[in-house]
Design a protein around this ligand. Structure first.
Ligand code: DSN
Length: 439
């Protein structure tokens, strides 16, 4: 980074500070990961200088011979890896990818059906405040009382509401998704079925979660979560999708450009291609399996400390903890863990009565720490630290009333920041983390 130090020492320093932070803590937000150096080199390359609106061999700008090859390579690698006949690698991230699919197949006012955000769905799956809930008629399903997918209720809603699009694939669901059952329901009502596999794409490629491809029409994914690529996204159409609607690829291509985006980020496309190459290696299969093994050991250790896990455990990379039995709010728990060097996110839990900024749970996962090489025995240590940290704030309940809550929040943060036990754990985490280099 010689040029950066010279030109902009302020930004250089901030990047170095963030690098240090990422090294010294346990990154356990389940949607985060560490990309390889090769991915970063592609991302920081001269490809960022180019405009290439359009698609390979159909561009609006000259000088795209090389970019055409980069984009075609990314497409070919994705098709092979996911076993799909069509892919668009241009969506700038996950939300634009989902918006593009909705824009491609729905007219304003058409019905889409997705899992409610508070139950583990995504903003783009029909939240009223999101474009998906504002321009379309969004109907939202919930989970069963035990935190699992309630297929009977989903089918009943689909038969009643007759959605044109059903969305499955979630952001806070710790169990295997039965894509076949979703496929049967969508076929019964003649809906398009889209699987948003952003969280589990790497697990699917690595054989650690069943693929939706035989059962759905469209698949969207980000590339930066378990897939371990740069920030970015892809939209894929399956053989089943082509049978339902042979024009789907054309509709999706034109929803991206001119519908929603201009020029693709070619440096991002190249970095996606690199990560797809890496995800095809046998070492990636081992990685994906280890992510799940680690999450399962971590879950069983947390259960020993009487943490209440939504659905009782995990089949994938993430764990959702309902903290109500520990009498501590998710926001405070996540803050205390951060002071202790363990980075997770506060999260709503099914049937949560608290608002999204002060939800009753936390969400954590193993993709990033597994990339650093952590294994089963390390999960036991992490669970013990987590338990120690939460003990420090257990019983410190957040007032229900808004004003009292924000006053309390300010005061408690000051207290927690100086908590000696938490700071001691952070020191131990720092020493422990040094054994596991980041790529
Ligand atoms: N922000 C992503 C996540 O953390 O799951 C979803 O968009």
């Amino acid at each position: 980074m010689k040029a950066l130090i010279k030109t902009d020492p302020q930004i250089y320093k901030l990047i170095k500070d963030e690098e240090k932070r990422q090294k010294e803590v346990l990154e356990m937000i389940p949607s985060e990961n560490y990309t390889s150096k090769a991915v970063m080199e592609a991302l920081g390359s001269v490809l960022t200088n180019k405009y290439s609106e359009g698609y390979p061999r159909r561009r609006y700008y000259q000088g795209n011979n090389v970019i055409d090859q980069v984009e075609s390579l990314a497409q070919d690698r994705a098709k092979k890896l996911f076993d799909v006949p069509y892919v668009n690698v241009q969506p700038l991230s996950g939300s634009p990818a989902n918006a593009a699919v909705e824009f491609a197949i729905l007219n304003p006012g058409d019905t889409l059906m997705g899992l409610k955000l508070a139950f583990g769905g995504h903003l783009t799956h029909g939240l009223p405040l999101n474009l998906s809930g504002r321009f379309f008629r969004a109907v939202q399903y919930e989970l069963a009382g035990d935190g699992s997918l309630d297929f009977e209720a989903i089918e009943k809603m689909a038969l009643k509401e007759k959605p044109k699009l059903i969305i499955c694939g979630f952001t806070a669901y710790p169990r295997i998704i039965d894509f076949k059952k979703f496929g049967q329901i969508a076929d019964k009502v003649g809906a398009y079925l889209m699987a948003d596999i952003a969280h589990i794409a790497g697990l699917i490629v690595g054989g650690a979660h069943p693929s939706p491809v035989p059962f759905v029409h469209i698949v969207t994914t980000t590339t930066h979560k378990t897939l371990r690529g740069p920030r970015g996204a892809m939209i894929m159409v399956t053989e089943k999708g082509l049978r339902k609607d042979p024009d789907l690829p054309k509709k999706i291509d034109s929803a991206i450009i001119p519908g929603l985006q201009g020029g693709p980020h070619d440096n991002q496309t190249a970095a996606i291609a690199v990560s797809l190459y890496e995800a095809g290696l046998s070492s990636f299969k081992k990685y994906a399996q280890q992510v799940v093994k680690n999450a399962q050991i971590l879950a069983s250790e947390l259960l020993k400390y009487e943490f209440s896990l939504v659905s009782g455990g995990t089949d994938n990379h993430l764990i959702l903890i309902d903290l109500r039995n520990k009498k501590v709010n998710g926001a405070l728990a996540a803050f205390a863990l951060e002071v202790a060097g363990i980075v997770v996110n506060k999260n709503g839990v099914p049937f949560d009565t608290m608002p999204p900024f002060y939800p009753s749970g936390i969400r954590l996962g193993t993709p990033a720490i597994t990339t650093r090489g952590m294994k089963e025995k390390d999960m036991k240590r992490i669970a013990s630290w987590m338990n120690q940290a939460i003990e420090e704030v257990a019983g410190k309940e957040m007032p229900k009333e808004k004003e009292a809550r924000s006053k309390y929040w300010k005061a408690i943060r000051k207290e927690v920041e100086k908590n000696k036990t938490l700071l001691q754990i952070a020191e131990e985490v720092k020493v422990f983390s040094q054994e596991f280099p980041i790529p």
